[in-house]
Design a protein around this ligand. Structure first.
Ligand code: DGY
Length: 322
């Protein structure tokens, strides 16, 4: 008898074919997330779940008595209650590395589009106001040779640092739980205490994973330390920022602009005050969303899943669950 797998995310045919070699598949093929009730009901005889953001907690696991592995098509795994999974001996996997360069590209997209006011000026042209672009009040700021501060120097942080240092000649500093001496040497970047980074960087990129320690890492006090000319970029998770404090500091000119791929609540409500501000560039959590990278992530997630269900150690078993 083959193990039963629930594929809750949209995946390419190739990934499905890989899973089908070893497992029977039940597929949720609608674009909206599977309703929680239906999901819980379905989980009763499922051995493996392939998902991207479904919350795996005690309540969920109570309904999943046969479950052996949850394979997430994401590098972040803040939707996993690791303690609950560990207690029950459930494996959890993620998809690191294959998305590093793509997410770093997106971070730079936000850096460049906030600095050069790309979305704001695009709107002017569409509204027939080309002449305004000659107006000094619409000029941007330089990215090249500015000071880039990266909070969270993991693999993606390094890819951002490389672009900043070698592509744009930026002065790159970083803050991380532990110093990365090898990275400092190879990328010529400098470690900087958090408050000093916040008060001196021209571009502050938040790239830390969401954990108990990083919830609202950046709030009123931290925004207060930033230069009024600073630009704040968040490509990590919305909950790492106090969003109300961000709105405040943007409205009061405490910083110049913000570029955001992630929000406290997703999807963000269309009436949200952030969306009323011209100096904010927003994206719908698409850091890793290119055709190639999402393909690679799905294939890796499928491999993690099938390895776990065929008695092997999956290549990307989450560190805390080892
Ligand atoms: C990730 O891989 O964690 C991205 O943010 C998509 O969720």
């Amino acid at each position: 008898l083959k193990p039963k797998v629930l594929v809750e995310s949209q995946i390419p045919e190739e990934a499905e074919a890989l899973i089908a070699q070893y497992c029977d598949i039940y597929k949720w093929d609608k674009h909206e997330p599977m309703p929680r009730e239906l999901l819980l009901e379905k989980m009763s005889d499922i051995d493996g779940l392939l998902t991207s953001s479904t919350k795996i907690d005690d309540h969920f696991l109570d309904h999943a008595k046969q479950l052996k592995v949850v394979s997430s098509i994401s590098v972040g795994y803040n939707h996993f209650d690791l303690k609950a999974m560990k207690t029950r001996g459930i494996m959890g996997t993620h998809t690191p590395n294959v998305l590093n360069e793509t997410v770093a590209d997106l971070a730079f997209t936000l850096i460049l589009s906030t600095a050069r006011r790309v979305t704001e000026l695009d709107q002017y042209i569409r509204q027939g106001q080309w002449q305004k672009s000659d107006n000094e009040s619409l000029f941007g700021i330089d990215v090249h040779h500015a000071k880039l501060g990266i909070i969270g120097m993991g693999r993606i942080g390094e890819a951002i640092a490389r672009r900043g240092k070698f592509g744009f000649g930026m002065d790159v500093v970083y803050y991380n739980r532990n110093r990365k001496l090898e990275t400092e040497a190879s990328l010529r970047v400098e470690y900087c205490p958090l408050d000093e980074l916040l008060s001196t960087a021209d571009f502050i990129v938040l790239m830390t994973p969401l954990t108990k320690k990083t919830v609202k890492l950046i709030g009123k006090r931290e925004f207060g330390l930033m230069k009024p000319t600073a630009i704040f970029i968040n490509v990590s998770r919305g909950q790492t920022v106090d969003e109300a404090a961000l709105v405040d500091v943007l409205e009061n000119g405490g910083i110049r602009a913000a570029g955001l791929d992630v929000f406290e609540e997703e999807p963000i409500n269309a009436d949200h005050p952030l969306l009323k501000l011209k100096n904010v560039v927003v994206l719908p959590h698409i850091g890793s969303a290119t055709h190639q990278t999402r393909f690679d992530m799905a294939m890796l997630a499928a491999r993690n899943l099938t390895d776990a269900l065929t008695g092997q150690t999956p290549p990307n078993l989450i560190e805390e669950l080892k």
